[in-house]
Design a protein around this ligand. Sequence first.
Ligand SMILES: CC(C)(COP(=O)(O)OP(=O)(O)OC[C@H]1O[C@@H](n2cnc3c(N)ncnc32)[C@H](O)[C@@H]1OP(=O)(O)O)[C@@H](O)C(=O)NCCC(=O)NCCS
Length: 181
Amino acid sequence: MGFNQSPTRPQAEAITITVAQPEDIPALQATAAASWWATYGRLLSTSFIENFLARAYSSDRLTVHLADPTCHFLVVKTGMALIGFGQVGPTMSRRDKAPVAPADLYRLYLLPRWQRRGIGARLLLELEGWLRQQEYPYYGAYVHERNEPAKHFYARQGFVHAPACDVQDEWYLVKRLDGCG
Ligand SMILES: CC(C)(COP(=O)(O)OP(=O)(O)OC[C@H]1O[C@@H](n2cnc3c(N)ncnc32)[C@H](O)[C@@H]1OP(=O)(O)O)[C@@H](O)C(=O)NCCC(=O)NCCS
């Protein structure tokens, strides 16, 4: 073991990133709940978090997402444990006509103890590889305006704020994939 490595905290190299499968759904739900409570416990109401998790991470909803060929849904595992996930796809529907990107990041979540080790950046790179294959020139992401760690992360990954597309307490961020300014 290297000088700076801790026995209980494997390095990012020990993880695998694969396409999510239906059998991953129970672990996805557990990881989503743990990450959501840790991230939003102090930003959003308990009822909002409970309702959102029940709706957006229901087995039925996840089954539809996993089978959708227009989306790309990845899971991060260490051994058999599912420690994070991310999904991209075509623009999420909105009520207004804001000039949003042609594709969006739908979710990007890691368990707290796996954060800040480069895994989120690796996961995003894989999702962007798929978006490039689909020839999306740029894509967007929603982030809660008070989720400062995530805002730092996205800025570091090259996203810029597009205020014209903000929704209530969520910022809309955009990142180009084609190297154009
Ligand atoms: C946001 C998230 C996916 C980022 O993944 P991660 O593996 O923790 O981030 P990385 O280690 O790849 O970070 C890459 C860079 O982003 C920035 N960054 C990441 N987390 C940060 C934090 N908490 N504070 C400040 N900067 C941060 C840093 O510049 C970091 O590079 P460095 O560690 O060399 O300084 C992960 O932290 C997470 O799941 N957070 C909780 C859920 C969430 O907020 N998801 C986004 C919803 S919109």
